[in-house]
Ligand binder design. Structure first.
Ligand SMILES: [Zn+2]
Ligand SMILES: [Zn+2]
Ligand SMILES: [Zn+2]
Length: 252
């Protein structure tokens, strides 16, 4: 499986509009973060987790030319508001795209994008999606996928374990059941907002403690804000943990 990070930024993106901080002004490409999303390629299929507001730009930038399914972590704006951009894939492929989300996330998607779920239309001028409610482990293109419920403040968020890989963003609490399902990982991607504590996201220190408990072979931090300089963070992290950055490719 190949994992491509389409975006690794928090909800504002980095740089932040109107901000002159050193990270927002940094010329380092790793300090420019679109909204968080990843592209998984396995069994010749392309699956993305989340379609943030920059989904079209991300597809163009990283050469995503076919889309077979979308998994959603949760329905916050920075994770869903590029959903309409599946339109082009529907047109090119002449098919509706399968989407997988929790009942709560699907409810919000239907509210914001009701037309995408109108499968009675028979033209491709609008995007179309086939909804699948996540209610336990499932198989997608021959790959077992285990959805995991974690908490982002009071909001339940879906993390995903796919073989030896897991993607868990936007959370500040991982229940025991999900912790048990995250054992023996080759690669863990975990959301961490910034150094200071936050009420709905792990801080970098909290994320490191979770990683040290789970002991994956390798871990990447994502969903980072403009208070985090890529080079400074690399220098401060323990061995085996690295900040993800837009365009990073990991092969498993
Ligand atoms: Zn987010
Ligand atoms: Zn800034
Ligand atoms: Zn969120």
């Amino acid at each position: 499986m190949r994992v491509t990070f389409l975006g690794t930024g928090t909800s504002h993106g980095v740089p932040v509009i109107g901000c002159d901080c050193p990270v927002c002004r940094s010329p380092l490409p790793e300090n420019k973060r679109l909204r968080s999303s990843i592209w998984l390629n396995f069994a010749g299929r392309n699956v993305v987790i989340d379609t943030g507001p920059e989904f079209r730009l991300q597809a163009l930038r990283y050469g995503l030319r076919r889309l077979d399914a979308v998994l959603f972590s949760h329905a916050h704006a920075d994770h869903i508001f590029g959903f309409d951009d599946i339109r082009r894939f529907c047109q090119m492929q002449g098919e509706a795209i399968s989407v997988y989300a929790s009942p709560e996330t699907l409810k919000t998607l239907r509210c914001a994008f009701g037309y995408i779920f109108d499968l009675d239309r028979n033209d491709w001028t609008i995007p179309r999606a086939v909804p699948h409610v996540l209610d336990g482990p499932f198989s997608l293109f021959g790959q077992d996928i285990k959805p995991l419920t974690v908490y982002h403040g009071k909001t339940a968020v879906t993390g995903f374990r796919i073989g030896g890989f897991a993607y868990v963003t936007d959370c500040n609490m991982i229940p025991d059941q999900a912790m048990a399902a995250l054992q023996n990982l080759e690669v863990l991607v975990l959301g961490a907002l910034r150094y200071k504590p936050h009420h709905t996201h792990f801080s970098i220190g909290e994320a490191i403690r979770v990683i040290e408990t789970l002991q994956p072979k390798y871990a990447y931090l994502t969903h980072l804000c403009h208070e985090v300089d890529h080079a400074e963070l690399i220098a401060s992290l323990p061995a085996g943990i690295q900040p993800a950055y837009d365009g990073l490719v990991v092969d498993l």
